[in-house]
Design a protein. Structure first.
Length: 423
C-alpha cells in the first residue's frame, strides 16, 4: 500500500513539477525563428502566452529550442521573439509574434526582418560573350553587386554557411536579363574567392509569357517574376526577370535553374494613394515554369483605420470568409514589430489588439516613443494550402513580409497601409 501510495504521489508530484516548468501534459509547441534570408535567427528574448492569459518569459531548452506546452483543454497560444536586429547592431529592435491554435500549428515559423552573420564573396565576372550585354549583376540572399562594364571585379555577402548559391546575370542597358546562371555549392563559412565567372550566349534566358488579368476599376495592375534558389539566393529585382502591367507580357527564366529552385510569380493591383492593394503569389518549381495565366482572387479591404497608439488595435474585418490569417506590421525609427494572427485564434473577434510585452525582460524598449512616426501595414491571407503549411513552411521574404514557400502554393493577399504619430 505504501509503495503504491508513494508511486502515485510521486507521479502526481512529477506532473505538477513538469506543469510548473512548462513541460506538463498538453500539446507541445516548438517555435522556429528565421532571418530575412531564411537562415536561423538569433533570439535575444522570447515570451509565450496560453489562451488569453498573461505573457510569460520563455527560456530556450537545453538544445536552444523555443518549446512550451499548451495545457489539455486549451488550444489558443501566442509566442513572441525579439531578434538580433539589423546586422545585430545596437538597440535596433526587430520583433515578431504569432497567435495561433494548436489545430493550426504546433511548429510555427516566425520570420524576422533581421540579417545574420555573413561571409564576403569576391571574384571576377565577364559577360562580354553575351550579345548586347551592357553590364552584369550578381544576386545573393540580401542584395548583390552590379557594374556597367562587361568584365569587372565583383563581390557580395552571402549568409554564413556551406552550399550557398548566387545568381549571375548579364543585362542590357535597360537592366533586363539577357543571360543568367545559378552558381551553386559556394562554401561561405569564411571569405571566398570565386573562380572567374563567365556568361555567354549559351546562358541566354528563356522567355515565358504572363497573360492579361483583370483589375478593379481605376486601379493599376502589375506583374513580376522572382526567384528563390535551393541554396538561398533570392532575386527580387523586377527589371532582371521581367515585370509589366495587367495587359501581360514577358518574363525571363534561368536556363540552369533546377528542381528545388522556386519561381514566384506575383500579379497585383493597387489603388494609389489609398494604400489598398490585392495580390496573388504563385510558387512554381523551376522546371515546371512555362507560360502563365493568373487572376486576382481576393477582395480589397473596405473602410480601414488604425488609431495612433504604441500598441495599436487593427481591424480584422476582411470581407472574404475564407481568409486564414492576418499579418500586421508596425515600423518606427528603431523598432519593427510583425504580428501573425490566425482566423482560429481570433474566433469571432473583429479586431486584433497588439500585445504589450514591455513589462517582460528584453521587450522594454521595443515600441515607438512619443512623437515618433509609425508606418503600419495590414494584410489578409488565404492560400490553397493547409493552415499548417501557411504557418510552418520555410519562408520567402518579399519587401517587409515573410510568406510561406512551396512549389504549387498559391497565396492571395489583400493589404492596406497607413501612418500615424505615436502618442
Amino acid at each position: 500500500m505504501n509503495k503504491l501510495l508513494g508511486g502515485t504521489l510521486g507521479s502526481l508530484f512529477l506532473m505538477a513539477l513538469l506543469a510548473a516548468c512548462g513541460g506538463g501534459p498538453g500539446t507541445k509547441v516548438t517555435a522556429t525563428v528565421v532571418n530575412y534570408d531564411g537562415t536561423p535567427g538569433v533570439v535575444t528574448t522570447a515570451a509565450y502566452q496560453v489562451g488569453g492569459g498573461a505573457w510569460q518569459t520563455l527560456n530556450p531548452d537545453e538544445d536552444g529550442r523555443l518549446v512550451f506546452y499548451v495545457p489539455s483543454g486549451e488550444t489558443r497560444y501566442g509566442v513572441a521573439v525579439r531578434c538580433g536586429g539589423l546586422l545585430l547592431l545596437g538597440n535596433y529592435s526587430v520583433n515578431a509574434a504569432a497567435q495561433l491554435t494548436t489545430a493550426e500549428s504546433t511548429a510555427p515559423v516566425l520570420g524576422c526582418m533581421s540579417v545574420g552573420p555573413f561571409a564576403e564573396v569576391s571574384g571576377h565576372i565577364d559577360v562580354s560573350g553575351v550579345t548586347g550585354a551592357a553590364g552584369y549583376e550578381i544576386e545573393g540572399a540580401f542584395g548583390g553587386d552590379s557594374g556597367s562594364t562587361t568584365a569587372d571585379d565583383c563581390g557580395l555577402d552571402l549568409p554564413l554557411g556551406p552550399d550557398r548559391d548566387l545568381v549571375a546575370f548579364a543585362k542590357n542597358a535597360s537592366g533586363q536579363a539577357l543571360a543568367a546562371k545559378v552558381v551553386r555549392g559556394i562554401d561561405a563559412r569564411a571569405p571566398v574567392a570565386l573562380a572567374d565567372l563567365a556568361l555567354t550566349d549559351a546562358d541566354a534566358v528563356e522567355v515565358r509569357n504572363v497573360g492579361a488579368f483583370t483589375v478593379p476599376g481605376g486601379w493599376n495592375g502589375n506583374y513580376e517574376l522572382n526567384l528563390y534558389t535551393a541554396g538561398g539566393a533570392t532575386v527580387l529585382d523586377e527589371d532582371l526577370l521581367g515585370s509589366g502591367t495587367e495587359t501581360g507580357g514577358a518574363v525571363y527564366t534561368v536556363k540552369n535553374a533546377q528542381s528545388g529552385d522556386l519561381y514566384q510569380l506575383m500579379i497585383s493591383a493597387s489603388a494609389g494613394a489609398s494604400g489598398l492593394k490585392v495580390a496573388r503569389f504563385r510558387f512554381v518549381d523551376a522546371p515546371e515554369m512555362g507560360d502563365v495565366v493568373e487572376s486576382l482572387s481576393i477582395d480589397p479591404f473596405l473602410s480601414y483605420a488604425v488609431a495612433a497608439a504604441a500598441h495599436p488595435v487593427f481591424p480584422a474585418t476582411h470581407p472574404d470568409e475564407d481568409v486564414q490569417a492576418y499579418m500586421f506590421t508596425t515600423i518606427s525609427p528603431v523598432n519593427v514589430w510583425s504580428y501573425t494572427v490566425s482566423r482560429g485564434w481570433l474566433g469571432n473577434a473583429s479586431e486584433y489588439a497588439t500585445p504589450d510585452l514591455s513589462g517582460l525582460r528584453g521587450f522594454a524598449y521595443t515600441y515607438p516613443l512619443n512623437g515618433e512616426g509609425v508606418s503600419w501595414f495590414a494584410i489578409a491571407l488565404k492560400t490553397n494550402g493547409t493552415a499548417r503549411e501557411l504557418f510552418e513552411l520555410p519562408r520567402a521574404s518579399i519587401f517587409l513580409f515573410s510568406l510561406p514557400k512551396k512549389a504549387g502554393l498559391v497565396i492571395d493577399a489583400a493589404s492596406v497601409r497607413g501612418n500615424f504619430t505615436a502618442p
